[in-house]
Design a protein around this ligand. Structure first.
Ligand code: FPP
Length: 266
């Protein structure tokens, strides 16, 4: 959480390479103001703009945004329709800025479930930005982490059934290679706004060792300064990936013997 007007200090040499965000709280933001929920989503798309710009300016290599989950299709039709229209408008209005800033746009999720008018714009901008390398902006659309893993398992099983893949070759690195969300690497920092503290089926494989950052801020209120705060918090974490800390004092079996002499601190 960012206190008062203090702008957090970000160390540009230790940025998270891949930031992923669960953008929650649009509906509550609108309801708090007596407005329909889609107004909250519209305001939320301004936070998306601010966040993309801030990540690009800092030098974050990959940003993945949970813009529409596979489960979001169960929302009322008018809200789904509003989100799809907003997405299309966002893509059309950001196209030039993405190109000017050499940002590659891609999507993960079930593309075939999206309306044709959204798919057309996505296809076009993905094609136009495919060779850019400054930053990759991935929109998770009609996306679910379990669905992505199930799709990959099915694809591998089919290859094995056809004799094209030896099942013994299936290991973590092969699964990394077949999951579309892993194309930009594992998640370093996973942010969720809106006060809830759960992952909600987002990037389940890639976020295995992500540092988690939960903010009470509703997504439409999220600013660059909040992003800097999340990154500053990330930079205080000791990422051990299951190992001991690099500055931990390593004990030997001799040290654990009941009569071992106390060791002087180095
Ligand atoms: C969750 O808030 C948010 C979503 C389901 C959609 C996120 C969409 C946007 C931020 C705007 C459009 C996206 C882009 C990329 C332009 P919620 O509705 O669940 O909020 P609540 O928990 O307060 O009800």
């Amino acid at each position: 959480m960012v206190a008062g007007n203090v702008v957090p200090l970000v160390d540009l040499t230790r940025l998270p390479a891949h930031v992923a965000i669960i953008m929650d709280g649009n509906g509550r933001w609108a309801q708090d103001r007596g407005m329909p929920r889609p107004i909250g989503h519209r305001e939320g798309s301004e936070s998306v703009r601010r966040t993309v710009r801030a990540c690009r300016r800092l030098g974050v290599r990959a940003l993945t945004l949970y813009a529409f989950s596979e489960q979001n299709w169960h929302r009322p039709p008018f809200e789904v329709e509003a989100l799809m229209e907003l997405l299309r408008e966002f893509l059309l209005s950001e196209r030039e800025e993405l190109i000017a800033n050499q940002i590659r746009l891609r999507m993960v999720g079930r593309r075939d479930r999206l309306p044709a008018r959204v798919r057309e714009v996505l296809d076009r901008i993905e094609g136009e930005t495919a060779d850019f390398h400054e930053m990759t902006l991935t929109l998770a659309l009609s996306y679910g982490g379990r669905e992505e893993i199930a799709d990959a398992a099915r694809a591998l099983a089919m290859q094995a059934a056809k004799g094209e893949l030896d099942p013994h070759r299936i290991d973590e690195s092969l699964i990394d290679a077949v999951l579309p969300s892993m194309e930009v690497g594992a998640v370093d920092l996973l942010i969720r706004t809106g006060g809830e503290q759960r992952i909600s089926n987002f990037l389940l494989w890639g976020a295995a060792y992500a540092e988690l950052y939960f903010s009470d801020r509703l997504w439409p209120d999220w600013t660059e300064v909040d992003l800097y705060g999340a990154i500053e918090s990330f930079q205080t974490r000791d990422r051990r990936f299951g190992r001991v800390s690099s500055d931990a004092q390593v004990a030997t079996m001799d040290d654990l013997a009941p009569d071992a002499a106390p060791r002087a601190h180095a």
